[in-house]
Ligand binder design. Structure first.
Ligand code: KIV
Length: 275
């Protein structure tokens, strides 16, 4: 089976039908997503919240993400696996950026990395690409800047903010990124950026006019408690479904209706009374 490459993703720019992508965090979610033929799977730092139960994406470490990247790569035959650079794995220096991006490729098996930020991180993006690693950008709402922006707020509602996000997106493209995530910005701004850039834009909370969309696996499947961000649509309520099924199993054990004879064997050997 042919693996999707960054060239394949770049060819999706401007397609009449937008493409969908999703996050994945383990072997099973990767297998499920790959079976549906998503071209790209992101091992997002959103794992901090939906896998590790952290309050936001800031505390997750390289190692905590690296384990998940390995599992996702094992479960993926076709899609391009993109690993998300966690907070402080690239911000402090170009050297950190190259070394940590390299770990995701060499030790994790990912095909590309993603990092948050535009103009301030062009040196990091260029250096990672110079090391032979494809980079996906991420501009607009930057969850790793949670403290600076006082929470998760839609970005680009004023002219000044909108111009800054356009500059960031252009800088990401000029630095060589193969695609860019537009998160939490007005739909008309995302449309403008999509028309300006030659690389595919992938929106989340950025309206329908991007080249593609990305969503968090747990948000669209209803696996993350009652919380549902405004940008996500729930296509299922599998968290509740799982609880019902676990309760069914528990009741059957307590009522002695499981296990039954098809679930075990007897040896039929004669054991001495002393044993
Ligand atoms: O970490 C993540 O899941 C992301 C997506 C929201 C784009 O960065």
């Amino acid at each position: 089976m042919k693996k999707i490459t960054i060239r394949d993703i770049q060819k999706l720019k401007g397609s009449e039908s937008p493409f969908a992508t999703v996050t994945a965090y383990d072997f099973v979610s990767a297998q499920n997503a790959d079976a549906v033929d998503f071209p790209l799977l992101l091992v997002g730092d959103s794992a901090a919240m939906v896998v590790y139960g952290m309050e936001n994406t800031i505390p997750i470490s390289m190692d905590e993400l690296l384990f998940l990247v390995r599992a996702v790569c094992r479960g993926t035959k076709k899609a391009l696996v993109v690993a998300d650079m966690p907070f402080m794995s690239y911000q402090a220096s170009v050297e950190d950026a190259i070394r940590n991006a390299g770990r995701f490729i060499k030790e994790g098996g990912a095909g590309a990395i993603k990092l948050e930020g535009g103009v301030p991180y062009t040196s990091q993006i260029r250096a990672i690409i110079d090391a032979g690693i494809p980079v996906m950008g991420h501009v607009g709402l930057l969850p790793q800047s949670y403290n600076l922006s006082s929470g998760y707020r839609i970005q680009g509602k004023s002219i000044l903010e909108a111009e800054k996000i356009i500059e960031d997106a252009e800088a990401v493209q000029e630095s060589g990124a193969f695609a860019v995530v537009l998160e939490g910005i007005p739909g008309d701004l995302a449309e403008r950026i999509t028309n300006l850039l030659d690389i595919p834009t992938i929106g989340i909370g950025a309206g329908p006019f991007c080249d593609g969309q990305i969503q968090v696996y747990h948000d669209i499947l209803g696996l993350y408690g009652d919380f549902s961000p405004k940008h996500a649509k729930r296509y299922g309520n599998f968290g509740v479904e799982i609880q019902h099924k676990l309760a069914e199993y528990k009741n059957e054990v307590e009522e002695k209706t499981f296990p039954t004879k098809e679930h075990f064997i007897n040896s039929n050997i004669h054991l001495e009374k002393t044993h």
